[in-house]
Ligand binder design. Structure first.
Ligand code: ATP
Length: 913
């Protein structure tokens, strides 16, 4: 192909497409009106490659490994290794260096896993493109686009490749991603001067920018790395850095803690040497032991893994988190505002009633199979006998962008299910879309936008006469009509009759559409808003059933139990919304208000209204924004769903913006914190549950980790204060920390959601993590651990005076206490002395099993005995060790009982656990 040499994959060599007329672009890229054939597209893809941007540059493995050493604790350990080496304590030096390396490797692997999990999730959010291939319109993955493809753009789309526009209908594009210009730019098809800046190339639409209004067709001129976006190599969608408010809080806490501990170590060293006159080498080892014991080094890495695992679990259940902080916020959501159609309902639409000026027809048949008939008074009728019915059906089929097709005996709809239902109605009466379009070809159209609530098309019949059809929300269409069609011809409109009929249909929970027509040409040749003012004749009202999803009914009940209010914000008719709401247990016995009423309210009265109203009908995106604000102003934490381009501000404003994965526009997804892969309300409830579980697990891990360090630190501090021989050597302390953070603590990241997690009230937002209760629990368990370890150490020293055995006892006592406390930590307040509590998380058992083996090797293998100065224990000594573990276990369980009973923990209990 001749054009290939022109269109190299490097953007620098690109012809100046913006300077060419559309026809020239078509010729150069050999792109006919019917688009490329499938075979040609495949051939071009092998030349140009996939339309993908290279992933953003991440740190290489070496840099990532090195970064692990950039950590206060490791600096301290490295410095200590140098000093111990200088003092000739080679074993300690070896253990310190070993610990440094192991720590870095664990951090490296865990961070790598977390990053890989997030990258995998990013790949779950593909961008789609609508193209014309082989003469028909199709949806494909945007990565399959090749130069020469014809792409259709509509409002809300992200431009999938660099396009030269060839037809444009009021197209406005937000190019901020590329040019930084925050106001949308109007597009035309005109060429511009060669040196025009990117932002002034009005005939081009660039990859990664967002269509905020209108439609267009364009020819792909560059894909992947050859696009303008590819040149600046900016990765768009995706998950940002691995940080959330909670992680940052813990990180800050960890750093302050490390500094305090270091200061304490320095003070210990100074006081010991200068005041008490101990040898510097001995005091130095004490100080190192203290530092190693008290700093919770595993904390950040395991917290990150916990978060990544939670995000992965959510993705498996169709909730794809785009911004990590949403995981935490989900746990404190108090109100979920949901769309109705497709989220709370099944979006499987079937026309059930057609109400004309004189007759009311019932339509039989369910689902998308075009089998059924129109009945009048229970008797099947042929539409030809009733001209208003026949024309209504025809207008519904013509004023339609959906496609009905059969695959393996199953009927499917491509496009808007509301429109699909009208195609099925046509099919039931023998009027297929193909037949209708051949007889009355379409010359122009105004597609449906929820802002204006109608769609219109312009046709020519067999005699060459012009027809404009409109379908949309009844109020909207009736505004344009002054006549209505009866079997005997048209007559003046009877608005009262139609309003009564509309209320009657809507009260049955049916979705409403009105159909109208006018026999006229568009005023300016092309169909525009000026043609949609008046002069129409009303044909019929159509009632479409869209049953609620069974799982949504259950999920709404779950949310109510979890103290979360569910509000329905829909573009549908108020009566329909109320009827569907009643089926879902939303807003029963409460008034429903409409967008028009919301518009009339000032902020104060809206704040009042949002407390009492659960169903908002005929609401448009700007109402959504005001509703989110009003709810937030009254102290609620709001999750809001959305799909259209105009929903973006509300999604951004909401605490958790949730976009629809299937029917949502790219603009909505871009603005959201989370995307529902299945558009299902039940998935939101699942995500809230998972969000609560992740937060719980983070808390559980902290509550496990801190006393572990606390216990060890207390043992050392006690030894220093009472001038005892160190019960744990620095090497032993490091061993304990490796074992506990590496094996034990990680198991809590896999903890499943607790049973009653959806019966608690939402966690108050901004609740401090390290509450008074937390400090108490950490101190209590630290003291218990110290009591066991120090107790056994002193007992042994006082009876036999054997330092090696005493230290081995102390180490095993601390680890045993941790193993038991890991079981306690599976739940913060609920008892674990039951089957589910003890065996519910196999990872906990696995971790304990591994830990037992490690301790046996620590105690019995000659190598470990040499390295750590440990020695074999007798069965009786093991019983003492187990006793130290049980002490922690039972006292901690007892404390939970007391906590559950007293009001002390009631706020914590009811809100977050
Ligand atoms: P939700 O906001 O819960 O998704 P919805 O789908 O009813 O509800 P919109 O899509 O904004 O909200 O639709 C508003 C109204 O516009 C509908 O009640 C219907 O009367 C009309 N309508 C919906 N789809 C079309 C369409 N494709 N063509 C013409 N009119 C439509």
């Amino acid at each position: 192909m001749s054009h290939r040499s022109d269109t190299k994959t490097s953007a620098q060599d690109q012809p100046a497409w913006h300077t060419m007329e559309a026809v020239e672009v078509e010729q150069r890229l050999q792109s006919a009106a019917a688009g490329l054939s499938e075979a040609e597209a495949v051939a071009r893809r092998s030349v140009y490659g996939e339309n993908r941007l290279a992933p953003p540059k991440t740190r290489g493995p070496l840099m990532r490994l090195l970064a692990q050493f950039h950590n206060i604790l490791l600096y301290v350990m490295l410095a200590s290794a140098v000093v111990t080496a200088a003092l000739g304590h080679w074993v300690d030096t070896g253990v310190l260096l070993g610990a440094v390396v192991i720590n870095a490797i664990i951090g490296f692997i865990q961070e790598g896993k977390a990053e890989a999990a997030l990258v995998a999730i990013r790949a779950m959010l593909p961008t789609h493109a609508t193209v014309i291939r082989g003469g028909s319109r199709r949806q494909i993955d945007a990565s399959e686009l090749v130069p020469g493809d014809r792409v259709l753009l509509a409002s809300g789309d992200r431009v999938p490749a660099d396009l030269r526009l060839i037809t444009v209908k009021e197209l406005r594009v937000d190019e901020a991603a590329l040019t930084g210009e925050s106001l949308p730019v109007d597009k035309t098809v005109d060429p511009v001067a060669e040196h025009a800046a990117l932002g002034d190339r009005h005939g081009m639409a660039y990859s990664g920018t967002l269509v905020v209004f209108g439609q267009a067709t364009g020819i792909v001129v560059a894909t992947g790395a050859a696009t303008e976006l590819g040149r600046i190599n900016q990765m768009l969608s995706g998950i940002r850095q691995l940080a959330t408010p909670l992680l940052r809080q813990v990180d800050r806490f960890g750093r302050i803690l490390a500094l305090v501990i270091l200061a304490l170590c320095a003070a210990t060293f100074m006081l010991g040497t200068l005041w008490r006159g101990h040898p510097a080498a001995e005091m130095f080892m004490m100080a190192i032991a203290l530092a190693a014991s008290a700093i919770p080094e595993g904390l950040p890495a395991i917290m990150t893994v916990t978060l990544a695992l939670g995000v992965q679990r959510m993705a498996r259940r169709n909730a794809i988190v785009r911004r990590l902080p949403a995981v935490e916020t989900l746990g404190s959501v108090t109100v979920i505002c949901s769309d109705k159609t497709g989220t709370l309902t099944r979006n499987e639409m079937t026309v059930q009633r057609v109400v004309c000026a004189e007759q009311h027809f019932e339509v039989s048949g369910v689902g998308y199979a075009p089998q059924g008939e129109c009945n009048l008074g229970g008797q099947p009728v042929a539409p030809e006998q009733y001209p208003p019915l026949a024309l209504a059906i025809r207008s519904g089929v013509l004023c339609n962008d959906a496609r009905l097709h059969e695959e393996n005996g199953q009927w499917h709809i491509d496009g808007d299910p509301t429109e699909g239902a009208l195609l099925v109605l046509g099919g039931k009466t023998g009027l297929t879309a193909k037949l209708a379009a051949e007889a009355w070809p379409r010359l122009d159209s105004i597609p449906f936008e929820s802002q204006h609530c109608f769609m219109a098309t312009y046709h020519q019949d067999q005699d060459g006469a012009p027809w404009i059809f409109v379908k949309g929300a009844p109020e909207r269409v009736m505004d344009m009509c002054d006549r209505q069609l009866s079997t005997t011809g048209d007559q003046p409109l009877d608005p009262d009759y139609w309003r009564r009929m509309a209320t009657d249909i809507a009260a049955r929970g049916l979705r409403l559409l009105a159909l109208g027509y006018k026999q006229a040409r568009p005023l300016h040749g092309q169909l525009g808003m000026e043609d949609m003012q008046s002069g129409y004749c009303l044909l019929a009202l159509v009632g479409i059933i869209d049953p609620p999803r069974e799982e949504a009914i259950a999920a709404v009940a779950d949310c109510h139990r979890a103290g979360i209010q569910v509000k329905m914000i829909t573009g549908d008719h108020a009566e329909t919304a109320r009827a569907i709401g009643a089926a879902l247990d939303i807003g029963i016995g409460k008034p429903a208000i409409t967008g028009a009423e919301v518009a009339l309210m000032d902020d104060a009265s809206l704040r009042q209204a949002v407390q009492n109203v659960d169903v908002f009908a005929r609401a448009s995106p700007e109402h959504k924004l005001r509703l989110v604000q009003a709810l937030q102003d009254s102290g609620q934490v709001v999750a809001m769903t959305g799909d259209g381009v105009n929903d973006a501000p509300a999604l951004k404003r909401a605490d958790v913006g949730i976009a629809m994965g299937l029917k949502g526009t790219e603009a909505a997804k871009e603005a959201s914190d989370m995307v529902l892969a299945d558009d299902n309300f039940a998935t939101i409830a699942t995500a809230v549950r998972e969000g609560r579980a992740v937060y719980d697990n983070l808390k559980k891990f902290i509550l496990f980790m801190l006393p572990t360090n606390g216990g060890e630190a207390l043992v050392i501090i006690a030894a220093i204060l009472f001038e005892l021989t160190l019960p744990l050597t620095p090497a032993q302390v490091l061993w304990i920390n490796m074992v506990t953070s590496g094996t034990l603590g990680l198991a809590l990241a896999f903890e499943p959601a607790e049973r009653g997690i959806m019966t608690r009230r939402p966690r108050p937002p901004g609740q401090a993590l390290l509450s008074g209760f937390f400090v108490w629990r950490v101190l209590m368990v630290s003291v218990l651990m110290m009591t066991g370890a120090l107790g056994l150490f002193l007992w042994e020293m006082n009876t036999t005076g054997d330092l090696q055995t005493a230290r081995t006892l102390a180490v095993n006592a601390v680890v045993m206490a941790e193993m038991f406390y890991l079981l306690n930590s599976r739940s913060i307040f609920a008892p674990v002395v039951n089957r589910a509590g003890l065996t519910g998380n196999p990872y906990v058992l696995l971790a304990i099993g591994t830990c037992v083996l490690l301790q046996l090797s620590f105690t019995y293998t000659p190598l470990m005995q040499d390295l750590f100065g440990s020695t074999a224990l007798t069965p009786v000594e093991w019983l003492k060790v187990i006793g130290a573990g049980l002490l922690v276990f039972f006292v901690a369980e007892l404390e939970k009982v007391v906590m559950r009973r007293t009001s002390l923990a009631s706020s914590d209990c009811s809100s977050a656990y």
